[in-house]
Design a protein around this ligand. Sequence first.
Ligand code: RIB
Length: 292
Amino acid sequence: MSRVFVLGSINSDITISTSRFPKMGETVTGDGFSTADGGKGANQAVACARTGGNVLMCGCVGNDSFGKALKKSLADEGINTGYIYETDTSTGVAVITLYNGDNTIIVSRGANACVSVEQAKAFLENAEKGDILLSQLETDFDTVKFALAEAKDKGMITVLNPAPADERAGGLCSLCDYMIPNETELETITGTDIIEDGLRILKEKGVAVPVVTLGGDGCSYIIDNQVIHKPCAKVKAVDTTGAGDTFCGSFCSELSRGKGFEKCIETALRCASISVTRKGAQPSIPYLNEIE
Ligand code: RIB
């Protein structure tokens, strides 16, 4: 079994449920407030660990109570937190509005922006051929780029979830074995809202296997030059926060245990489907025994 090195963000999520989104300048009364551990990187690390992955994480939190608590809960998940650094910048925070099962998110990156090339270098120093690097774009872009290049040099398998959407991700394609955007991110990177065309553009730019997540419609990918669509289970979504992260983390967990690509996709879809039936980013992520 190989190890999964997750380089990414760690946030405190603050969520308010509402019966509709406010218009500009308007105040609406929410139906409920909750907090949960989040951040795309941390969510993916937790999804990977809960589904049996051997996970190490690199990131930054603030030297504050949020940061200490977030780091501790990652360690409680069995994740190696030795490369999570405390900085003077406050811990990242995400303000989430939850409406009808779907969400909008505003992130204050805070300490996440401090993850440096030096930290990424130290993190990957002992990584070996066949280990996996999983990253996103909520930390410093140049650090992610460096880490992908370093991982490639070491013969690692590289997986990038290019979220939040960033058109610069097109320049990372040749460094990615797997790139897993959602529809919005795919359009931002490729300039087309036609899924098949977008996937083919990623492939032409150098992604070995491009995969797009499609929410309740499952996912599509290119393998052997064929665009394949995989539907997922139909469930009642109460909160989609972290569903894409659950997909990416559980995908890498299966990959790290040498499972074939189709099996990795099947598990990732099942885990993501379960996660949307529960509230919160990390609280909603399933454990291996729930999908077996
Ligand atoms: O992908 C969901 C995550 O995005 C949330 O947990 C929030 O922290 C933001 O990073």
